[in-house]
Design a protein around this ligand. Structure first.
Ligand code: WQD
Length: 339
């Protein structure tokens, strides 16, 4: 079976391509290389020994999208990652985010509606919850006004899919709300490749550990948490990738209860920033240099997933720990800086 992975050379996309190939799927990748590198294709191939078919297409080009789908009308499912994802950047470039994240989703859905198999997995985010009123966060938690255009594009994206599923019963869709993806493939052949100064915690930690950054700034030390630093649910990217395979299989096997389902993907455990630093120190043997500074605009205090829906309905749960993820992230950082 042929599966299209849009944004398949990105961080989560590439790890999902590996898991799909290892599950026996034929994978076709579309990526515009705006936030990824063609070398990732070699990394995927080195792991699976199967080179995915790749086409460099910008999904904002409606004609190219239409041409692609007419050349690949035998696609059995689409996993849609292609989107811009930097929260801070989205505040400064809202129109770029709405065009790139919403316009492209519409074009992909328009083309999927012409296929025999309309199975669609959407890359969403726990950011749709904002600061949830209750922890852990279930899929029934209210979606709150987005704190950034990036978060808004995820909320709008879910609404677009829901509305389309209402009028197109052939479209079978699952939205996966990721918590905080971290780590790298254990083979150390693919991993996260942040461009410029990392916005996210773990790549900033590993770049500090390797000497690229002087020290880590911990954004906020007086949150109402056990150690005063903010809490997130850090999920290993390989566990996250495996959830996509399980979700897609659910649609292909027509086991879905409705044609639009939502699942939280997290470990169910919250970790504070200081606990993440301690994880790095444990696995690296270093004593990471950091200083506690003011809170970052738009950050929430705490978020971690209630995972029983994904556990019981998808039959999926995380297998890897924070230390496993940190160990893989550190090994990846050392590899890319020493190669
Ligand atoms: C985690 C914690 C920071 C950097 C965002 C998006 C989410 C997803 C992941 C795309 C927070 C603290 C961070 C640093 C720090 N993105 N931190 N110093 O903000 O929870 O989630 O990225 O899919 O959708 O919302 O992740 O890694 O930026 O921050 O103290 O240099 O680490 O304040 O508490 P975040 P993050």
């Amino acid at each position: 079976m042929k599966i299209l992975v849009t944004g398949g050379l990105g961080f989560i996309g590439s790890h999902t391509v590996v898991e799909l190939q290892q599950e026996g799927y034929e994978v076709v990748i579309i990526d515009n290389l705006s936030n990824s590198s063609i070398e990732v294709l070699d990394g995927i191939t080195a792991i699976t020994k199967i080179k995915p078919h790749f086409e460099q297409i910008d999904l904002k080009d409606k004609n190219n999208v239409r041409q692609f789908f007419s050349n690949h009308s035998d696609i059995a499912g689409v996993v849609h990652f292609a989107a811009s994802k930097a929260v801070g950047e989205s505040v400064n470039e809202p129109l770029m985010y709405y065009e790139n994240n919403i316009g492209t989703l519409v074009y992909v859905l328009q083309e999927i509606s012409k296929l025999n198999f309309q199975n669609f997995i959407f890359s969403s985010s726990c950011t749709v919850y904002g600061q949830a009123d209750e922890l852990p966060i279930t899929e029934n938690a209210p979606v709150k006004p987005a704190e950034s255009p990036y978060g808004n594009t995820k909320q709008i994206g879910e609404e677009i899919i829901k509305d389309t599923c209402k009028v197109n019963s052939d479209l079978n869709s699952i939205a996966l709300r990721y918590f905080n993806p971290i780590g790298a493939h254990p083979s150390v052949k693919i991993g996260e490749l942040p461009i410029g100064v990392p916005q996210n915690l773990v790549p900033y930690i590993t770049q500090t550990g390797i000497g690229m950054r002087d020290q880590l700034s911990v954004f906020g030390g007086d949150y109402p948490t056990s150690d005063g630093t903010a809490i997130r649910d850090y999920i290993h990217v390989v566990d996250l990738a495996r959830a996509h395979v399980v979700a897609l299989q659910r649609l292909i096997d027509k086991k879905n209860d409705s044609n639009y389902e939502v699942f939280n993907l997290g470990t169910g455990k919250g970790s504070s920033v200081l606990e993440v630093i301690e994880s790095f120190n444990r696995i690296s043997g270093q004593n990471l240099k950091y200083s506690i500074v003011d809170k970052r605009e738009g950050d929430i205090t705490a978020a971690y997933a209630e995972t029983s829906k994904a556990n019981n309905i998808l039959g999926w749960k995380t297998e890897l720990t924070l230390d496993d993820a940190m160990d893989s992230a550190w090994k990846w950082e050392q590899k890319i800086r020493n190669s």
